[in-house]
Design a protein around this ligand. Structure first.
Ligand code: PA5
Length: 419
């Protein structure tokens, strides 16, 4: 299970204040645990079993195993919530045994599109067009390009058999599947994009990449149980939500998520979207940013330690020693002999501890102990942050499930494109 500790040498938030704020946050926790009528069309993720039950998992595994047998590459077409969770896990954990996973539908760059097409040259591939609202420009435009690519390579029947669409019931995407004979799987109507990790949206591409989706779902379910039971003062999501709101009130307008494991690179993107799109509204909200340490200690590290006090920091610290590489002497006078016999695992941990000590002189640091970097723990993290985001948004006084702010640019863009 995840654990959370606070390192803040200036003790910005005292124990009594935190206890009182947690007590005040209990109604928000209870509403999240029960689910709220006003958000009924966005809470299908609260009960993991609803969209990741046995029947759905078996269907996903069946489709995925066919793709793994017949394809060298698999194109995930989707943007934002329709791609981030799958990519976070695939890029962290996939062992390369399955088809190469190629990403499309997340860019309008001709250069990026051509690079993506180049990856498919000489490969048998299938595509999954994932779109809740099949009006989003990026996936719609990519889907068209990739359909034509399939049509150019295969018979109409074979091309159709290589197309999956993840769309909502009654949508134009479902209609297209019926007319053209594409495989259709449901995008939950009662789950918003960024909350869809444990549904067909996230799980099908992960299964194609060979991820143990059952372990992932088990992790999410166990986290669901943990966050829906027990005393409120022991509820980790409430504690985290309360802390981030307290820091926000104290003038810290950014939350920096950081880790010393580059495997979290794409998870950051998922996390940023979750919090930015859920909380950044009505002129409020912490701005989520991320840093890959130790590399970025040589870049933003300067600002964190010495720049304007804008942020507090949240670390993901992986406990398990999953890999090992010992630095051996080679008899050359490079002045790095102090590393002789030391394992990179321990060197990385030393860098982590030193960083927390240094940064906590300046800003509050929260540390999540993540037991291991595996599918089970990714499942835990997805559910944990989604649930915490719900509570945190409630404490902030915003609707964590809508995203009205993304419409403004779309109006101008569609006008420019003559839609
Ligand atoms: O979280 C959300 O709802 C959004 O970020 C969507 O996932 C994103 O805009 C993509 O939407 P769609 O699946 O409708 O193309």
């Amino acid at each position: 299970m995840l654990k959370l500790s606070i390192r803040d040498q200036r003790a910005l938030v005292g124990e009594a204040e935190l206890t009182a704020a947690i007590r005040d946050g209990v109604p928000a926790l209870q509403l999240a645990q029960a689910g709220e009528e006003r958000y009924a069309d966005s809470q299908g993720w609260l009960n993991v079993d609803e969209w990741a039950g046995e029947e759905i998992l078996a269907n996903i595994e069946r489709i995925a195993s066919h793709i793994r047998e017949t394809c060298d590459a698999f194109v995930l077409i989707g943007v934002g919530g329709s791609n981030n969770a799958a990519r976070a896990v695939i890029e962290a954990l996939a062992d390369g045994s399955g088809p190469e996973i190629v990403y499309a539908g997340n860019t309008l760059s001709a250069n990026a599109m051509n690079r993506m097409l180049k990856k498919l040259e000489g490969k048998h591939f299938a595509i999954d067009c994932i779109a809740k609202n099949f009006e989003t420009l990026e996936p719609g435009a990519s889907f068209r390009v990739l359909r034509r690519e399939l049509a150019a390579r295969y018979s109409p029947e074979e091309a159709a058999s290589r197309i999956i669409c993840t769309g909502t019931y009654g949508s134009s995407l479902e209609e297209l599947c019926k007319t053209e004979g594409y495989t259709f799987v449901p995008f939950p109507t009662n789950v918003g994009g960024r909350y869809t990790a444990m549904t067909y949206v996230g799980l099908l591409p992960m299964a194609v990449a060979g991820i143990d989706i059952r372990a992932l779902v088990r992790g999410a379910s166990d986290m669901e149980t943990a966050l829906h039971t027990g005393a409120p003062e022991d509820n980790l999501a409430l504690r985290y939500a309360v802390l981030r709101n307290l820091y926000y009130q104290r003038g810290y307008k950014l939350e920096l998520l950081a880790s010393f494991e580059p495997q979290f690179r794409w998870f950051y993107k998922w996390w940023v979207q979750l919090f930015a799109e859920s909380e950044g509204k009505d002129g409020k909200g912490l701005f989520p940013v991320t840093a890959e340490f130790s590399e970025e200690l040589h870049a933003v590290g300067q600002y964190i330690q010495d720049g304007a006090p804008l942020m507090f920091e949240t670390f993901l610290d992986v406990e398990a020693r999953q890999d090992s590489l010992v630095v051996m002497p080679d008899g050359k006078a490079d002045y790095f002999d102090y590393l002789n016999g030391k394992d990179f695992y321990d060197i990385n941990k030393a860098a982590f501890s030193a960083t927390v000590t240094a940064h906590s002189e300046k800003l509050p640091c929260l540390i999540f102990d993540v037991p291991a970097l595996d599918a089970y723990n990714f499942g835990q993290l997805f559910y944990f942050f989604q649930f915490a985001c719900y509570i945190s948004g409630s404490l902030l006084g915003i609707d964590p499930f809508n995203q009205p702010g993304v419409e403004a640019y779309k109006g101008w863009m569609f006008k420019a494109l003559g839609k």
